[in-house]
Design a protein around this ligand. Structure first.
Ligand code: BES
Ligand code: ZN
Ligand code: ZN
Length: 490
């Protein structure tokens, strides 16, 4: 769908050409594009300010049907994210206009104090991510994604960045798949249905797949996971995916929270937030999409994805507040609150992963706490990692991908909050304050000595309103972050 192209604008017939323009200086080198930008800037309504747009039809001397100019503001203030957003907004706009194809004039990196690879990466990501519509449940399909986007670059860049472009498209497709899964309503992604969707995608990508049924989970004593699933008519499951290249010796384990719907259980959610709880499997979606992407990119590390899937519902079989269960690890857990279910399924999944794979490093991703949203807002994930190197690597990946993360602490003395009078640990902290931290500390009790990080994505996994390169709903947050980390970290 995306291509890098070096063409002679004077010769090629083009229907739509997008030209990004800064207000304070020229940012292109091609003479024809510079001249076009000049004529756009001559209009009263266009100065190249951020988000300004103007369209010129059939500009003289070229076979361009429409040239769309998009303002980027001041060049010195522009960063990669500014380019990503511009590309995303432009693609959305073109899709709404009903266009099927777009050419994008790529600015000259040196004029933006960026390097050529960063400029391309940002534009390609914004374009692919913005060119996505989730309309599966609409009879009338209002906007259609563009079928093809070509990026105009110098001939040398077209060769040099060929692989980069292919990789970006693959990774972004992972993000889009994760969005689609999060947007899928809970009645069509029960744990068993979602396990089948994951299995089908994984088999196509050459990952090995194993699905644990409820009966197997019972036999293996996943007591905490089963307690969460007990109230639902839809049985729980757990999927284990494996990317096993010949070269990979050490194992990375990724664990994703897969609560296909979180009603809260008997501690039922009363506010309006219950309406968005189909998003509570966003961690599972991101981890699965990361493994699919790792396989497509043929990454050299062995990666295992562990994906516990449950529906947290209310019935005569629901786990009660005050019940005590024995987790996979052997630790007993008092279920002080049935709405703190994510940590229960993750505890079993992680204890299983540690025992089975003795990973070199393990990361879990989860829409775990409302407290993390209160602390960091809806756009930033919380990162908890005892291991300083791992934390630094994840924050670096967050910086590169603009999937923003902020470090939060794991203070030993706060474990006090998780004491139970009757069991080894309580899933409900005794204080409301610091809820994201106590949740992470609960998880830490189930990872042994494994270097581990927990990423709480309750904020950024889902958005009520559309943003520059994402529609309303699932954002696919975490896929670009984890893939970037897998490629850079060790
Ligand atoms: N799935 C929720 C967390 C959540 C909140 C996700 C907002 C996405 C957006 C989680 O299972 C939950 O309910 N957590 C409780 C924990 C509490 C009972 C200790 C919470 O955050 O209130
Ligand atoms: Zn919950
Ligand atoms: Zn939940």
């Amino acid at each position: 769908m995306i291509h890098l192209a070096a063409i002679d604008l004077k010769r090629e017939k083009i229907n739509t050409l997008l030209i990004p323009v800064c207000e304070d200086k020229p940012i292109h080198t091609d003479a024809a594009i510079l001249a076009l930008a000049e004529s756009a800037l001559g209009l009263e309504e266009f100065q190249g300010q951020l988000d300004q747009e103007v369209i010129l039809y059939n500009p003289p001397g070229l076979s361009v049907e429409r040239a769309v100019f998009r303002g980027l503001g001041k060049a010195e203030k522009l960063d990669a994210e500014g380019l990503r957003q511009m590309a995303g907004k432009s693609l959305k706009r073109c899709a709404k206009m009903g266009l099927a194809r777009l050419w994008v004039a790529v600015p000259h990196a040196a004029d933006l104090s960026l390097d050529a690879a960063s400029v391309l990466t940002a534009l390609l990501e914004g374009a692919v991510l913005g060119n996505h519509v989730f309309d599966r449940y609409k009879q009338k399909k209002e906007t259609k994604p563009l079928a093809r986007i070509d990026f105009l670059v110098p001939a040398e860049h077209a060769r040099r960045f060929q692989k980069l472009a292919a990789r970006i498209e693959t990774v972004c497709r992972g993000t889009l798949l994760a969005r689609d899964w999060v947007n899928t309503p809970s009645n069509e992604k029960t744990p068993e249905q979602f396990a089948r969707l994951i299995t089908a995608a994984a088999k196509k990508s050459g990952l090995s797949v194993r699905v644990f049924t409820e009966a197997e989970l019972q036999r293996r004593k996943f007591g905490a996971l089963l307690a969460v699933g007990a109230g639902s008519l839809n049985k729980p499951a757990m999927v284990v995916l494996e990317h096993k290249p010949r070269s990979g010796r050490d194992t990375v384990v990724l664990v994703g929270k897969g609560v296909t719907f979180d009603s809260g259980g008997l501690n039922i959610k009363t506010g309006p937030s219950i309406g968005d709880m189909k998003c509570d499997m966003a961690g599972a979606a991101a981890v699965t999409a990361t493994l699919l992407t790792a396989a497509a990119l043929k990454l050299s590390r062995r990666i295992v994805g562990v994906i516990p899937l449950v529906e947290n519902m209310v019935s005569g079989r629901s786990t009660r507040p005050g019940d005590i269960v024995t987790s996979f690890s052997g630790k007993t857990v008092e279920i002080g609150n049935t709405d703190a279910e994510g940590r229960l399924i993750l505890a079993d999944a992680m204890a299983y992963a540690v025992k089975t794979y003795a990973p070199k490093v393990m990361i879990d991703m989860a829409t775990l706490t409302g407290a993390c949203v209160v602390a960091l807002g809806e756009k930033i994930a919380g990162v908890f990692a005892g291991d300083e190197t791992l934390r630094a690597e994840l924050l670096a990946a967050a910086g590169r991908t603009q999937e923003r993360c902020w470090p939060l602490p794991l203070p030993e003395d706060y474990k006090e909050l998780l004491k139970s009078s009757f069991a080894d640990i309580n899933n409900m902290p005794s204080a409301r304050e610091g809820g994201a931290i106590s949740a992470a500390l609960f998880l830490s009790e189930f990872v042994g000595n494994t270097p581990w990080a927990h990423i709480d994505i309750a904020g950024p996994a889902y958005q009520k309103k559309e943003s520059a390169y994402c529609g309303a709903g699932g954002t696919g947050f975490g896929v670009r972050l984890l893939v970037d980390w897998l490629m850079h970290g060790n």
